[in-house]
Design a protein around this ligand. Sequence first.
Ligand code: PMP
Length: 428
Amino acid sequence: TLSFDVDAVRADFPLLETEIDGHPLVYLDSGATSQKPRAVLDAERDFLERANSAVHRGAHTLAAEATELFEDARVTVAEFVGAEPEQLVWTSGATAGLNLIAGALGYAALGRGGADARALAPREGDEIVVTEAEHHANLIPWQELAGRTGARLRHIPVHDDGTLDMRAAADLIGERTKIVAFPHVSNVLGIVNPVAKLVTLARGVGALTVLDACQSAPHLALDLPASGVDLAVFSGHKVYGPYGLGALWGREEILAALPPFTTGGSMITTVTLDEAEYLPPPQRFEAGTQPVSQAVALAAAVRWLGAHDLAAAHAHEAALERRLREGLRSIDGIRLLGDTDAAERVALQAFAVDGVHAHDVGQFLDSRGVAVRVGHHCAQPLHRRFGLTASVRASAAIHTTEAEVDTFLDAVSGVRGFFGVTTAGVGA
Ligand code: PMP
């Protein structure tokens, strides 16, 4: 039977035993990258010690074993998002996945991949719609695609409380819309966006939907095929897995239509000096030597997650979310980003402290052992929309305790006093 016990969970993470300057580490930067349970470290090491070998080539025993482990990992990670392995493409991360999609569509616009591909690509006068709350990884590739094709990039604004302006979305998404790309959960606002509603709007006009699932994959159960989106990406290092590996999921007919973005070895059937024929997806999109040990380790990460009662873990994280947000709300001179009860949120909260720069807040918290992220979190337009250049972000994980949130809140209440800021509104 599955269970959830946060202390048992913590015991799986060697790094959580770290002390910072005599303080126990309070790691509240899982939104940037997650810590790794021992099962993940062991899986990668085990693979390298026992089965390391190049996959999909070579007749030797080890190569066959490595290939089997690599393809089993694809099955496991695909299951994690409710998908079939043929629909799951390994990438080096979400950034690479989004560049693959936008890049392939750019080639499609030039005629690569034929009529089916071209039908998906934007042309001059078409529109690509994103949100005002994008991570730069789900913004700049679309800027580039717009620049290459003559399409226009538009955005759905966010309300003051951080929720998407769905009325504006309904107005924006229209006949000219070719692509709608959006985050499942913003890495700054922590708000779960209304995927089904956006999909309905996009489908109504025949637009392709692209979901950035980076910040939802670690916290919510994903069923990508059922979500209605056409393509989605996430990064392994944020779901307790290794660096250097992410996944792109796509509907079979969409992946089948897209031309390759990266080309080279392992993605072809026949090559002459003049041209090449490509393998079907997912191999068509996996040129070059693949991150095999990382794939094995990511599979171990999702198996490790799946060994817990995830409904209980979700309830635990929801309690952390409330404690974090309500605690911050009760401290003077704190301005929260994405403070709303009108939508589901994950336990990730960005905020600004009146009169104290985010970097100073981060250093002060570090002196208490509390690790948070400071800066614009790769979301400059969103910060600009809120009149900020930087914020502080605390993000929890399955191993975070309520006591850790309290340590963090206690440290935050000391910030303004430490920096001698007493009047609300100074230097906001
Ligand atoms: N999108 C979102 C919402 C993110 O939080 C991140 C990681 N900060 C990315 C995309 C990019 O992920 P990666 O850097 O792992 O490619």
